[in-house]
Design a protein around this ligand. Structure first.
Ligand code: GDP
Length: 206
């Protein structure tokens, strides 16, 4: 899929205020600082579409972007940031729960995972919650340029991803769709956009 246009539509704090149009929607979410803004900017070929955050966890908004006039890319707030108050956490929880359980336009979520880190309980718990609620998701491993490739079979990106897959298979019978990305090296863009394009084609045929 070629990106012909990427337009910011609206930022808001409640599901009721999300755009009231029936076009396919893809939501991007992950722990704070996972590289979500950078990834969205890379996907849309727009360095400024979302502001990359120097203060993780600060934005608690649902952001809608209209892509090529036919689908929405949704930037959801990052989770798991320790330095937020209990009431902020509660608010965030409600926002995310509302979004995923009520937003009928949602076709698939993309869960972003920092490829450098060990498997995080919060990510697995979130994926489990999505599964229980029948919400489709794919995983994007971000920042793969930061993983050293030194030829050691117990190291490197393949080892990391295989390890992650093993953990997933402890909880699920099938693996979700998995993508690798680097916003710095411009990796993963074509695969992710092609995947969205293919789903869009089937969704709009219905
Ligand atoms: P967000 O908080 O999830 O939106 O993450 P950002 O996109 O703001 O990125 C957090 C930090 O990681 C910033 O310092 C980015 O420059 C850096 N970053 C994001 N993506 C990549 C990547 O693919 N490779 C590298 N090396 N750094 C990245």
């Amino acid at each position: 899929m070629k990106i012909k246009s990427a337009k910011f539509i609206v930022s808001n704090q409640s599901i009721e205020k999300c755009p009231n149009v029936n076009i396919p929607e893809y939501a991007f979410i992950g722990r704070s600082n996972v590289g979500k803004s950078s990834l969205i900017n890379m996907l849309t070929n727009n360095k400024k579409l979302t502001k990359t955050s120097s203060t993780p966890g600060k934005t608690r908004l649902i952001n809608h972007f209209l892509i090529n006039g036919i689908w929405h890319l949704v930037d959801l707030p990052g989770y798991g940031y320790a330095k937020v108050s209990k009431s902020e956490k509660k608010e965030f929880h409600k926002l995310i729960t509302d979004y995923f359980t009520k937003r009928n336009q949602l076709v698939s979520a993309f869960i972003l995972v920092d490829s450098r880190h060990e498997v995080q309980k919060i990510d697995i718990e979130f994926m489990k919650w999505l599964t229980i609620n029948n919400i489709a998701f794919a995983i994007i491993f971000t920042k793969i340029d930061k993983i050293k490739q030194n030829g050691n079979p117990n190291d490197g990106i393949e080892f990391k991803i295989n390890n992650y897959k093993k953990v997933l298979l402890n909880h699920w019978e099938y693996l979700p769709k998995i993508f690798l990305s680097s916003s710095v090296k411009h990796i993963g863009r074509d695969n992710i956009l092609q995947y969205i394009g293919k789903i869009n084609a089937t969704v709009t045929q219905k």
